[in-house]
Write a protein that binds this ligand. Structure first.
Ligand SMILES: Nc1ncnc2c1ncn2[C@@H]1O[C@H](COP(=O)(O)OP(=O)(O)OP(=O)(O)O)[C@@H](O)[C@H]1O
Length: 248
């Protein structure tokens, strides 16, 4: 079996005595779509922060392709191939969608400066290709804040894809999106990631979304993994139903 793309080993971190990571061990294989579920405050977002360098553990390691990344800066981790989209989309809301994309591409290439034009043909072409990936080409000229939350979430993920990641971490991709829009959003999102060959780890509270889109599920409880496996098995585990599914 090939080495995992990402591996976490015995991660530990506390905030004011609360163990937000209490011996986290988990792996994700290349190409996998992995869902993280768990009650509020169980440490799911903390885990994403540990994987992306936003916080550092007091013990434990995170490995990407077998190399430790635990104490690297967020920018360095992003360059190594882990991109992230947040629960609340991190967009320049008063800018056009295409500008949001071009800014990210320009920042990645290290060529952006405020005194030179942002709209360059090669950045525009790449931005349009990213928007097309997520069926967003028709809103390229729209101001980001005028779009519904589902589209804003997709734009945020398209921006994350500008980093050409191998792994994307998605914190609640369907939160704030209506039940009607949710499956359309996930269909577009997961279809695009699969086509691009990108591995995905997503935190999710909607168990129907998890059941449909996750290859595997890990269940968080008080800072560690309490169960994992195929969605149809895990989501029917009485312990998971009692602690997570029943309260989601
Ligand atoms: N930067 C921080 N400073 C202080 N406490 C924090 C910080 N980050 C997380 N915590 C605490 O750590 C615990 C785990 O929080 P975390 O946000 O990781 O949980 P979660 O499972 O993502 O919750 P939710 O489902 O509500 O988003 C909580 O008690 C939270 O208050």
């Amino acid at each position: 079996m090939s080495a995992p793309l990402l591996k976490a080993e015995n991660l530990q971190v506390s905030f004011h005595g609360v163990k937000a990571a209490d011996g986290v061990n988990m792996e994700i294989a290349e190409g996998e779509f992995l869902a993280i579920i768990g009650p509020n405050g169980s440490g799911k977002t903390t885990f994403l922060n540990l994987c992306t360098g936003y916080i550092r553990p007091v013990a434990g390691e995170v490995y990407l392709d077998g190399r430790p990344i635990t104490r690297l800066a967020p920018r360095t981790i992003a360059r190594r191939g882990i991109a992230r989209a947040f629960q609340i989309p991190q967009l320049f809301s008063d800018q056009r969608v295409i500008d949001n994309l071009m800014l990210s591409i320009a920042a990645r290439s290290g060529l952006w400066d405020a005194l030179r034009p942002l709209d360059r043909p090669q950045w525009r072409d790449e931005a349009m290709a990213l928007l097309e990936m997520f069926n967003l080409a028709s809103c390229a000229e729209d101001i980001a804040m005028t779009l519904p939350e589902g589209r804003r979430k997709l734009i945020d993920i398209a921006i994350a894809m500008a980093l050409k990641p191998r792994l994307v971490l998605l914190d609640e991709p369907t939160s704030g999106v209506s039940a009607i829009e949710r499956f359309g959003l996930m269909e577009t999102l997961m279809g695009a990631l699969k086509k691009a060959g990108v591995t995905a780890l997503f935190v999710e509270h909607d168990m129907d979304v998890v059941a449909r889109y996750a290859d595997r599920v890990v269940v968080w409880e008080r800072g560690h993994v309490m169960a994992e496996g195929k969605p149809d098995v895990v989501l029917n585990d009485p312990r998971v139903i009692e602690n997570v599914v029943g309260v989601a």
